[in-house]
Each structure stands twice: as structure tokens, then as C-alpha cells.
Design a protein around this ligand. Structure first.
Ligand code: ADE
Ligand code: ZN
Length: 341
């Protein structure tokens, strides 16, 4: 595959973009994990950050989740969550991310005895600082773990009630196989009644039916991943017609073996089908790249044109939960950066 021209690659990197699919726990770089482990006296089963990175040889989603949930044990205090989110926001800012809608997994932390408010207060402090010092806009999406029960999701929502102004929306993540979205119908209905946005991981390892299930049973506004929609032509037609955003994470899909190779990733087919896809990083500390690296690698390995790249960037901004005026302002800037020779 030919390399993108330097100017196209540079324009993509410099363009304003939105990161709509990043798990804050998945932005925990091994160096920070070691610093927090030592600060908190929490053991890590690796000799060094390099050894930790070497352990990232995943065979599927669950093999990744086992390592990811274990590493999250180093996060204990408000300061830890602030440090994690601040490191992420600085890194995102250097990729010209102007808007980040960040997932967090409160149940991973409350199960270890970390209070819900410790997590949200720490993350929110970093978000406030990001707005003040970097001019980056960010919001939090609270994910329910789908391997747990709906009752436990309701308990988490109960804990979140006092912090609703800190939350942009709710999501659904963790192991998709055997955990269909329909199990979370009632808790998502309650969240939508509370005015929260709703998104869900679907069609990553799970079948196309999981995407329809998330739309029908959970009323979600965006699908995270969604790559397996291509297995169902009627579903593709529906997603195109209803302009449902799909937050695609190509490096993640390769590392978790959703796709065999990046060169075989369905992203160009998705765009050519008219699907509203955008590119994101999922768990950048584990999968080898933040959003610009995902875009760069896609342009290098896939037959993506400048028009495809523009569409991906614009879709990221337009699929965000920002208000229309802010989106228009960012799209104007995108046009200046991307379309001016
Ligand atoms: N949690 C963190 N990354 C995830 C992914 N790719 N799929 C499901 N749950 C996740
Ligand atoms: Zn994800």
C-alpha cells in the first residue's frame, strides 16, 4: 500500500478532531501505572514498564480485559484519577483533539472499595483543568460493565445520582459475548429519563444483532465499534438511513483480533457504504496508539482517499454531543486546516 502524501498525513494530524471512544483506564501507560503502584503500595505482576508492555499479547477481548482490569488496581485516590485523566488530556491535546467524550468504568473501582465520588471528582478535576489550561472540551460517559447484572448497574446509577452534572452520558462495555444489550433495557431507560446521553459497545466481538439490540432495547445514540454491522445488509441500510454514528477503533480491532490485519479492516467499505464512521483509539496505552496514530496507520495500510479522511474527521466532530454551534465552529476550523492548500 502506498504511503499517504506528507501533506495529507500532516493535515490529518493537525486537523481538529473529536475523540469519542476512549476508556480512561485504557489510557493508563505502564510508566504511570508503576508510579501509582509505588505511591499506593499496590503490587504489579511485572518487573518494569517494558515487561508490562511485553505482556500485551492479546488473543481476544477477554484476554485484554483480564490485564486491563488488573492494572486498574493501582488507581486508588482522587489524585490518581486526576493524574490519569490529565496525562490523557495533554496527550489528546497534542493530537489536536478539541473534544473528548471519555468512558470510565466505575464498577471496576467501587468493587475494590474505591468510592464512586473519588473516581468522578478526580476525573472531573482534570477535565476542568483541561478546559482552563489547554482549551480542550471534555465530558464523562459512565459505562456499565455488561458482565455484571442490571441490578448492579442500577446500584451504580444510584451512586451516580449526586454527580449527574458531571456526567454526559452512559455506555455499556466489557465482554460482549453472552452479554446482550437487552439485559440492560430498564437501566438505560432510566438513564435516558434522567437526561443522560446513551451509547453502547456493540458489534465488536458480538454479532450484528447486538447492534440492533442496542438501538432497539437501549435507545442508544451512537454505537461503539459496530464493525460487524457489515454482516447484515438490512442493518447497514438502517444505520445509513438513521445516520447512526459508529465509533471505530482500528488498532484495537487488530490487537483484539476482531480483524486479522489492518490492511483487511472494513473501514473503507464502511465509508463507501455511507456509514457514519469515525476513528478513535479505545485503549491507547494497550493498543499502540492515540487517535492520530490510528488515523496515520489507517491511511498507510488502507485505500483511504483525502475525501475519506475528511469524512472521518468531520464525522468525529458531528457525532459528538457538543451543541450545534460548537460543532459548526470546529467544522469551520477543520475546513481551514484540511481544505486550504
Ligand atoms: N473496555 C475497554 N475496552 C473495551 C473494548 N474494546 N470492548 C469492550 N469493553 C472495553
Ligand atoms: Zn471501547
Amino acid at each position: 500500500m502506498s504511503r499517504p502524501s506528507a501533506t495529507l498525513a500532516t493535515r490529518i494530524a493537525a486537523a481538529p478532531k473529536a475523540e469519542l471512544h476512549v476508556h480512561i483506564e485504557g489510557a493508563l501507560e505502564p510508566e504511570l501505572a508503576f508510579a501509582l503502584a509505588s505511591r499506593n503500595g499496590v503490587p504489579l505482576p511485572y518487573e518494569s514498564p517494558e515487561a508490562m508492555r511485553r505482556a500485551y499479547a492479546f488473543t481476544d477481548l477477554q484476554s485484554f480485559l483480564d490485564i486491563y482490569y488488573a492494572a486498574a488496581a493501582v488507581l486508588r485516590t482522587e489524585q490518581d484519577f486526576e493524574d490519569l485523566a490529565w496525562a490523557y488530556l495533554r496527550r489528546a491535546h497534542s493530537d489536536h483533539v478539541v473534544r473528548a467524550e471519555i468512558f470510565f468504568d466505575p464498577q471496576t473501582h467501587t468493587a475494590r472499595g474505591v468510592p464512586f465520588e473519588t473516581v468522578v471528582r478526580g476525573l472531573s478535576r482534570a477535565i476542568d483543568r483541561g478546559r482552563r489550561e489547554l482549551g480542550i472540551s471534555a465530558g464523562l460517559i459512565m459505562c456499565f460493565l455488561r458482565h455484571l447484572s442490571e441490578r448492579e448497574a442500577f446500584e451504580t446509577l444510584e451512586r451516580a445520582q449526586a454527580f449527574l452534572p458531571h456526567l454526559l452520558g452512559v455506555g455499556l462495555d466489557s465482554g460482549e459475548r453472552g452479554n446482550p444489550p437487552e439485559r440492560f433495557r430498564a437501566v438505560f431507560a432510566r438513564c435516558r429519563d434522567l437526561g443522560l446521553h446513551a451509547v453502547a459497545h456493540a458489534g465488536e466481538e458480538g454479532p450484528a444483532a447486538s447492534i440492533s439490540g442496542a438501538l432497539d432495547a437501549l435507545g442508544v445514540e451512537r454505537i461503539d465499534h459496530g464493525v460487524r454491522c457489515l454482516e447484515d445488509a438490512a442493518l447497514v441500510a438502517r444505520l445509513v438511513r438513521d445516520r447512526i454514528p459508529l465509533t471505530v477503533c482500528p488498532l484495537s480491532n487488530v490487537r483484539l483480533r476482531v480483524c486479522d490485519t489492518l490492511a483487511g479492516h472494513p473501514l473503507p467499505r464502511m465509508l463507501d457504504a455511507g456509514l457514519r464512521a469515525s476513528v478513535h483509539s479505545d485503549d491507547p496505552a494497550y493498543f499502540g496508539g492515540y487517535v492520530n496514530e490510528n488515523l496515520r496507520a489507517c491511511c498507510e495500510s488502507l485505500p483511504l482517499t483525502a475525501a475519506h479522511a475528511y469524512t472521518l474527521l468531520r464525522n468525529s466532530l458531528e457525532s459528538s454531543f457538543l451543541d450545534a454551534a460548537e460543532i459548526a465552529r470546529h467544522v469551520t476550523r477543520l475546513d481551514e486546516v484540511f481544505c486550504t492548500p
